[in-house]
Design a protein around this ligand. Structure first.
Ligand code: UT7
Length: 329
């Protein structure tokens, strides 16, 4: 079948109001500086969920806005795919809580676990559901309450992440708008470089686990950095090849927002000038699978993505997983 088979009919985002700046770490006794964080990652501040804000509540806010913009009612939604590495509870999925809150009574709902790459994985799964005729309208959400799974005594991770959600309504393509290519990859031999070692079924939560803090995110930052640069370069090439385009045909690159240095390396490799790259990691930090849908929603709102724009998405995360996509709006 010839693409495009699916298009993005509307987007939305849900961000906590609470802002935490780099200077706020001092009050927590974390030995870091604003200058170190900015120089190594490009992050100035991030949002932190408070007062009952959850992965579900941020997802619902993002999904409602996306559905409004796509003029879709809850009863029209056939499937809800929620990408998250920070589910509100381990059973059942957070997606069913979102379904209940939206009142999307006809929808199949499930969580998707592919870490930072999850939202692009979700879009590709949505495209498959639409193409197979299993759905007409799919809501794909990335929502993360990273603050709940971080070790707030570990300066090498806690300064890098933030909370938030982004969503898109995906429908069957009309005319020439939609997903032109997509690329998904994983390498589980590298899983231990970015993970939560314990607290799952293999080593359930125990006093020992809590004492050792091994239920929190652990990351070998320098190694992850190397693989991220290499994998995002490969992913950019593969999505461009799949769409028979070059970097010069791209109006906007929306990369995963983990580190501004990784973003710059990806843009350079793809031959896309930095003016055509969307960057908001300075304001939100790394919100894992929510970074790309939040950035897309902001890019549409500010007019940087409009009808006719060709956009390249590229991401990388725990697993490792990496993915990319070219979409014409
Ligand atoms: O979204 C999933 C994918 N994740 C990523 O893509 C993240 C990839 N990794 C990175 O972005 C970078 O590796 C980091 C931002 C995590 C770290 O930057 P780096 O330039 O690779 O620094 P480093 O890990 O090599 O650490 C340099 C030094 C170390 O001290 P020594 O060993 O050189 O004495 C750290 O102990 O910086 C120290 N350090 C800190 N200093 C101040 C680590 N964290 C901090 C901190 N504040 N928060």
């Amino acid at each position: 079948m010839k693409r495009p088979l699916a298009y993005i009919a509307g987007t939305g985002r849900g961000l906590p109001a609470g802002v935490m700046t780099n200077h706020d770490f001092a009050a927590l006794g974390i030995e870091t500086t604003h200058d170190w964080i900015v120089e190594r990652s490009g992050i100035h501040e991030r949002r932190i969920a408070r007062d009952g804000e959850s992965t579900c509540s941020m997802a619902v806010e993002a999904a409602r806005k996306a559905m409004d913009r796509a003029s879709v009612t809850p009863g029209e939604v056939d499937a809800i795919i929620l990408s998250t590495a920070s589910p509100d509870r381990l059973l059942p999925s957070t997606a069913v809580d979102v379904q209940a809150a939206l009142g999307a009574t006809r929808a199949a709902a499930f969580d998707l676990s592919a870490a930072c790459s999850g939202w692009l994985y979700g879009l590709t799964v949505a495209e498959g559901l639409l193409t197979a005729g299993s759905a007409e309208t799919v809501v794909v959400i990335g929502s993360e309450k990273m603050s709940a799974i971080l070790d707030w005594t570990d300066r090498s991770t806690c300064v890098l992440f933030g909370d938030g959600a982004g969503a898109a309504v995906v429908k069957r393509a009309k005319q020439h708008r939609g997903i032109l290519s997509s690329f998904l990859r994983s390498d589980g031999t590298l899983a231990d470089l970015l993970h939560r070692p314990h607290g799952g079924a293999r080593t359930p939560l125990s006093e020992q686990v809590l004492r050792d803090r091994t239920h929190f995110v652990k990351m070998a930052g320098r190694e992850v950095f190397k693989y991220a640069v290499r994998s995002m370069a490969e992913a950019a090439d593969r999505a461009l090849d799949g769409a028979r385009l070059t970097g010069q045909d791209i109006d906007l690159l929306i990369p995963h927002q983990a580190n501004v240095r990784i973003i710059e390396a990806t843009a350079k490799h793809a031959n896309i000038p930095i003016e055509k790259v969307f960057i908001n990691v300075d304001r939100y930090g790394n919100t894992s699978s929510a970074t790309i849908p939040i950035a897309l929603d902001e890019a549409i709102e500010s007019g940087r993505v409009h009808e006719g724009s060709t956009v390249l998405f590229v991401t990388f995360g725990a697993g490792f997983t990496w993915a990319s996509m070219v979409v014409r709006f």
